[in-house]
Design a binder for this molecule. Structure first.
Ligand code: SR1
Ligand code: MG
Length: 416
């Protein structure tokens, strides 16, 4: 079969033609499909047995362009291969948090996986202040397991170096380098480079000030360089709350939480994954200025979000340190080394979180949490808060020595 772009009709015949589908759905029965695509890059379909939606699989296809931008933004469908390899590894290290990968079709650039039928992407419920009490701990544990397991502490140095050759994810890394670390900080780019920033005219003065701040730009350059050159572990690479799904919480506000969409995976600095996740908690906390109906519900949800930040860091640090005790070399068992390592990761977390807060406010890809604020004035206030938090996190990241310091930087701006 040659590559062709699937739609909600042809995906059914595609599934029928695959022997791998036999144990997952009854391919001799009537099948139906619906398109679910809501991410920026790919097309996603659910294929299910007619009359039995519980028997379903998820079919995700990469097309030779960026789905949200259209055919003019060319992008190799090879990203599906990076996703397949990352999904498999993440599922090995954290099977309870990652959808089961069923098969990867390298001709069709298709990944077929467990259909998370009863799960929902987290952004909308978070805008509506739904609580997931196990969110921070689940993500902290996922990060500790996947990042340790794929680092030089968790595998032989030679195995890691070979594995790294499978993750030269050049195109998607370039997207991150441009969209997170370059474009938001430049009014005019070097010749031949397009600036894809999109921002509310109301924050133009704040943005101009940010883009004229030479100290800030130097520190961002340093963070960008670390992103490009530090190969500590296999990252998810895009761990925002749009890459996390959850069921409706139970009576104790706990839910089944899953991490999806690792197509940006590559070997990078550990704090990038942690930083993206916590920044998205902070983005929601600031956006509640425009969503919460009253001060009490706003403050209560913000307290919950900061608590999830702390749980995430604590469980991540505890899990990472525990595994270091059993690591493959005595070098890693030195308490002083472990303290320095964790402090470096925390500082990176703060710096990368700052960049994420800024790019989600002025760059190409925004977040629903902020864009859905109905009042123009409140949305501008939220965006200004995000820029201020981002700048403070970036400028102070090298001096942070504990996770409460990071939290205090964010709280001081949000609670002012
Ligand atoms: C061009 S893709 C825009 C954003 O969507 C993805 O989810 C990544 O966050 C990327 O930066
Ligand atoms: Mg995605």
């Amino acid at each position: 079969m040659d590559y062709f772009i699937l739609n909600s009709q042809t995906v059914i015949d595609y599934v029928r033609s695959k022997p791998e589908a036999k144990n997952l759905v009854d391919i001799s029965a009537k099948l139906e499909a619906e398109e679910l695509s809501d991410g920026n890059l790919n097309f996603v379909f659910r294929v299910f047995e007619s009359g039995n939606r519980a028997k379903s699989i998820l079919v995700k296809q990469a097309v030779p362009y960026l789905r949200v931008a259209g055919e003019s933004w060319r992008l190799s469908p090879a990203r599906a291969g990076f996703e397949a390899r990352a999904l498999k590894l993440e599922h090995q290290f954290a099977p309870e948090v990652v959808p089961v990968p069923y098969w990867f079709d390298e001709t069709m650039f298709v990944n077929v996986m467990e259909d998370l039928r009863v799960h929902e992407v987290m952004r909308k419920p978070m805008v509506n202040r739904v609580r997931f009490n196990n969110l921070g701990a689940t993500i902290g544990d996922f990060l500790a397991k996947t990042l340790f397991g794929t680092s030089d502490f968790g595998m032989e140095a030679s195995t890691k170096k070979v594995l790294m050759t499978q993750f030269a994810n050049t195109e998607l890394c370039e997207i991150t380098e441009d969209l997170i670390f370059t474009e938001p900080f430049e009014a005019v780019l070097l010749l031949g480079k397009i600036n894809r920033n999109q921002f509310d005219p109301g924050i133009k003065p704040a943005l101009e000030k940010l883009q004229a701040d030479l100290e800030l730009k130097a520190v961002v350059a340093e963070l960008k360089y670390r992103f490009m050159t530090s190969s500590q572990a296999l990252l998810h690479g895009d761990l925002h709350t749009g890459s996390i799904m959850a069921t409706q919480p139970d009576g104790h506000h706990n839910a089944d939480i899953r991490v999806i969409d690792p197509e940006f995976a590559f070997f990078g600095p550990i704090g990038f994954d942690v930083g993206l996740f916590v920044a998205n908690l902070f983005l929601n906390a600031s956006a509640q200025h425009g969503h919460a109906p009253d001060q009490n519900s706003r403050d209560a949800y913000r307290s919950y979000l900061f608590q999830q930040y702390r749980f995430c860091w604590e469980i991540f640090e505890l899990g990472f340190r525990k595994q270091l005790e059993r690591a493959n070399s005595n070098s890693w068992r030195s308490k002083t080394f472990q303290d320095m390592l964790m402090q470096g990761i925390l500082r990176d977390t703060a710096g990368f979180a700052g960049c994420e807060m800024i790019r989600r406010s002025v760059g190409f890809a925004h977040v629903f949490d902020v864009d859905s604020v109905a009042s123009d004035q409140k949305r501008v206030e939220v965006l200004e808060m995000n820029l201020e938090i981002g700048m403070k996190l970036i400028k102070n990241h090298q001096h942070i020595s504990g996770f409460s310091e990071l939290e205090n930087i964010v709280r001081e701006v949000i609670e002012a």
